[in-house]
Design a protein around this ligand. Sequence first.
Ligand code: ADP
Length: 753
Amino acid sequence: MKSRVKKYNSTPFIQFENNQVFEVNNEFIDLTGYSRDEVIGLSIDEIDILLKIDFQIHLVELVDKYTCYLFRKDDEPRFVTISHKNLDYNNSIYFIHEVPSSRIEKYFSYVLTLMSTNERLVELYSYQDQIILLKSNRKNLTFLHYPISNFDSNIGRSHIISEYFIQVIEKGTPFFAQEMEFTSPTGESFYWDFSIVPLHKENNLDYIVFEASDVTEKVRNRQHIMDQNNHLEIILEHISDQIVYIDNNGNFRYMNTVSGKNPLYYFLPMTEDKIVNEGSKFFDIDGNLISYENMPTQRVLRGEIVSSQRIFAINNHISYYVEVSGNPIYDRIGTVVGGVMIYKDLSNMIMVEEFSSLEKITKNLELNYASLTYPDFKIAYINDKGYNTMKMFNLDMELNNISYFLGKDFFDFYSLESDKEKTKMEIIDSLNKNSTCYHSKRFVTKDCEKYLKTIFQPVYGSNSEIIRIIAIALDITEEEKEKELLTQNLKMQEDMLINTSHELKTPLNVIYSSVQLLDFFLENNLLLDNISRFKQINNTIKQNCYRLTKLINNIIDYSRIESGDFKLNLINDNIVKVLKEIVESIEEYAFTKGLKINFVSNIDKKVIAFDPFMLERIILNLISNSIKFTSKGGKIDITLIDNDNYIEISVIDTGIGIDENYLEVIFDKFRQVDSSLTRSAEGFGIGLPLVKSLVELHKGKITVESTLGKGSTFKVELPSVTVENPIDTHPSIVATKRVDNINYEFSDIYDIS
Ligand code: ADP
């Protein structure tokens, strides 16, 4: 017979008949959340599992009563006391009393709140004989990784006890782990923050709150950032620019190390006093002084973005060209808390800019310009003129265009292979000793000879190191040639001086010995007995005085003509007549020398402008030479030909003639021929140059033709012109002067008799 427990019994119960659920009351349904249909007919073991009490008690084994947790259909735990009653041998009933005030909401509201956020895994365990999971938000969490994902932790089940739980249970103290690393079987690392906190309740039940959060991502991110930071730091440390982080007081917080120098020093927001004390000055690119307020750091700390501000900084010791950029850094509420400054050392860049503009300027200059690297003297730049010069001296090389030179060793072109090292050492030595090296060199090719003077000028970088050598070569060929000429002239002047003294000495000696002879006659009262001898001696003295006067006059006149101090006294006169008179005046003298002298003219009269005294000197000089170099029986013809535009006067002799070599230089002021030739001619050598100058003063021309052994022809051409205001010269003066002239001009060939 089935005995039924009254349904209205207010204690939840479950009744079994033949070990199968036979009846439950509404309170049971309320307590467990299961419907009647879900439980009716289940076996007693199945009810253990359904209510998840099987880890605590098996109903079939319950003797009297037992207190444990059962779990509702919605997994909510209920702390209950289960009591058992056998109604008959195959009927039994279990009453389930919920322990009053035992709901976890009451004690663990904060745990539940934590759980409900689903930000981390939160589990509440009860711990008595076993550890039973009461509540967990695991189901709601999608992010669980190793090892939590591997925990077998179903509600009502006993937790697989980890060493940390045991530790907490044994010690009764909480355990906290931060960023604990767990390596999964696949070798992946996961990081967890977790806490295991034991709680004691007044009913002596122990609980454990397990809280875990996966911080793998955070740790990985941090590691990533750290790696990045490391990389960044490595990058920053290897950057050539100076990077500085300053705080809002201008103190620097971070600064990468830049090898070599530290331009930062000049850009700290120093006080104005400090700037003055250290003598630092800052200029913009236009050379204007930058005030303290306008220093880049000050601007950045005021919130400005500074981009590429160029500053020239100078103090007592050193100077820099720096380009500064900077960005302010703000906090969340927009206050500037610091700034990042980047300083780029422009010293070399400016130099490069300057070089390239210099190179633009020099490109087409008529000046050989090249810039060379140091210390290997490679050609970094060469201008057009330099290229052409180099090409000219290196004909054997195929130098098709300017770029061929770039990067090549300068000395490959500047010197021969044999003296390359020597030349290089000379220049380096000189650069080491002086700041500039001047180097002169002669270049010879089969086509030309040139002298170059090259200036090697080092250009210094900001650390006073040589960064370039500028080579500027000047063509000094003309100067060198002039120098050569000057040396030759000096030599000739020296020769002339020697000649002069010789020429002066000879007549002087004659005069001196004549005077001595006269003295002797006087002292011994022999003068009257030697009247004819006395005349002869007197003549000798006179003639040698003429010789001296001629020589000195020639030198003086020549010097005056050379310095442009000599003026002709031009008259308009019949040149045929004047010339005829000159020739006639020496006819007799020539006759005494055994020479025949003729004057031939194709006209009778031709009035042109000339200086009568100078014309005389020209003609007498030429005739005296002809007399001097023509032996007895010879002939001297003076011809005059009217060529309309000019008069052609020739002095033609049948004398010894002049050597071909000598002909070329016969009119030169300081003759360059073998002195033996000059000396053999027994003359001082100023006569013909003076004649030439006098002819040229008349705007005329003189030429010579001669054959050795046959004779010489000197041809003078004078323009057929007249002057408007001729000098008035009295014919008697002309005549007197002529006698003097003849005496002078013939002084070195007069026979003293
Ligand atoms: P100087 O008569 O003082 O020696 P010149 O200039 O008049 O100087 O002449 C220079 C030289 O030229 C002479 O010494 C001589 O060697 C040569 N010379 C000049 N005229 C003749 C000439 N008609 N025949 C041969 N040699 C001459």
